[in-house]
Ligand binder design. Sequence first.
Ligand SMILES: C[S@@+](CC[C@H](N)C(=O)[O-])C[C@H]1O[C@@H](n2cnc3c(N)ncnc32)[C@H](O)[C@@H]1O
Length: 245
Amino acid sequence: MMAWEQPLMERHASYICPRPGLRVLNVGFGMGIVDTELQKLGPASHTIVEAHPDVLARMRDQGWPDKPGVRIVSGRWQDVVADLGPFDGDDLDLHSFHAHLPRLLAPGGRYAFYNGMCPDNVFFHAVACEVVRLRLLRLGLRCTFRPLPVKVDDAKLWQGVRDRYWHFDTYYLPEVCRPRRRTASQPRRRWMPVPRFEIQSASSFRKLLNVNDKTFDDVESRACEVRACEVRACEVRACESDPRQ
Ligand SMILES: C[S@@+](CC[C@H](N)C(=O)[O-])C[C@H]1O[C@@H](n2cnc3c(N)ncnc32)[C@H](O)[C@@H]1O
């Protein structure tokens, strides 16, 4: 984590714990930035799942086991998740974990994950966000992406960093929520066909993510490139299926 990410982690924490007295879960302590923010928000219980022995040792040295409401679960989330929950808010990573969310989240519970998907290509980032949103929808969870400005264009910021892992001037905070109860307009939990989006212009992509940001200015040209590839792929398939060719 770098300094520019601190305000983002604050937003993660305040989204999943919007008021004191809630039960929260964070998977992956790392530098403890999210957990430090969560502590400030006065959760009733604060469960932290962490797998790495060195990180666990640092947590002990820093007195985390004695902080209010804190319960440290040592191990990989994959091995311990069955014994966790329900929570009002939690914070983690992706699809395999998401399958557990309907059970982990209490009705009205919130979830966010660090949105570092495809961080060097805004077109693929948008696609990845949309895939996550649709998958969560199938699980009966609502997901929107809140655009937050970030300033990462100063080359000095990345000096000594082997792989620059963020390139946009906007971070899209995933705000996921388990609705309190299903309404008629919410989908039943059943298989749905993935909609086929016609990606023709930047404006349709803005609509897709419901954002209006200059980060998407280059989407149109990228979408054209993708469509050109699709057309070429169709031509190849046509050649293969036509015995005269
Ligand atoms: C990028 S750091 C998280 C940063 C953290 N959000 C913060 O605010 O500092 C990832 C952490 O997740 C832990 N971790 C990675 N895979 C894990 C797993 N399968 N189960 C539990 N913890 C895991 C790592 O040991 C590391 O401490």
